[in-house]
Design a binder for this molecule. Sequence first.
Ligand SMILES: NC(=O)c1ccc[n+]([C@@H]2O[C@H](COP(=O)([O-])OP(=O)(O)OC[C@H]3O[C@@H](n4cnc5c(N)ncnc54)[C@H](O)[C@@H]3O)[C@@H](O)[C@H]2O)c1
Length: 277
Amino acid sequence: MEQFTGKVAVITGGASGIGFSLAKTFAAQGMHLVLADLEAPALETAAAQLRADGADVLEFHCDVADAAAVDALAAATFERFGTAHIVCNNAGVGGAPGLTWEVSLEGWEWTFAANLHGVIHGIRSFAPKLISQGEGHIVNTASLAGLKGAPFMSAYVATKHAVVGISECLALELAMTNAGVGVSVLCPGFLRTRIAESGRLWPDHLGPNPMPEDSAASFIRDLVDGGKEPDWYAGEVLDAIRTNRFFVLSDPAHAAAISARHQEAVGGTQPTMMNLA
Ligand SMILES: NC(=O)c1ccc[n+]([C@@H]2O[C@H](COP(=O)([O-])OP(=O)(O)OC[C@H]3O[C@@H](n4cnc5c(N)ncnc54)[C@H](O)[C@@H]3O)[C@@H](O)[C@H]2O)c1
């Protein structure tokens, strides 16, 4: 997609972090925005800020873990704008941390519901509409953790590997069918967002919150705080949509970890730790 002005971008998790940076970047191109998020007050604030800067914004309060809610998001988008061009399945959480055999079933469920099912719902609700209009681009947010594992992050790593795999299948299917719809998968390392405070989003139906807001390990907070700016990364995403690039990394230095993984597969050796910084 080379021309953005007047087109429509849908962004889940649009109230904060990468999603909000994508919204600002698309608005600067003259796009109309649909901003979806679980956090109603943050959503209102983000939408108000974008409107104050001149953007045309529809905000939609929804939990991407709920398939019906994402269907309703698609319906509201088409009712308001009659179309959608860029769909960013971006909402996600840092997930339940811990040793793989100790992560609770509720922790697995929470992480999968937001990070994996949210992306699946976005594809199911929007892809047929983009295909029928013969134009669009789907942007799925995975992570560098979708390309290489790391200790204490099994639930998160599992969802992000799944998002990379699903995105690859989707891209192949859309290319085979000449659908006119592109796909990009975002695989950034640490970016400065609220991801380390994801415990704020723990749903009541899973019982007591095991991750109060300040419970993230301090080294994770430091890595997030020392990460790159999401506004810079959103510019990379825009460029990837413009040039139909599939993988969108955030640092050329990550190539070493990605190559190491493939060499371990081919060489039959044990996994090595990547440098998380
Ligand atoms: N920040 C990083 O270092 C980093 C690195 C790689 C990938 N990511 C991914 O980027 C995406 C965005 O995260 P971020 O870093 O901007 O964090 P963030 O916490 O700043 O923003 C995430 C947004 O998603 C929303 N959200 C979470 N669960 C939701 C749900 N079930 N339904 C609707 N909205 C929901 C939150 O309310 C929040 O507004 C996530 O998928 C995350 O896994 C982040």
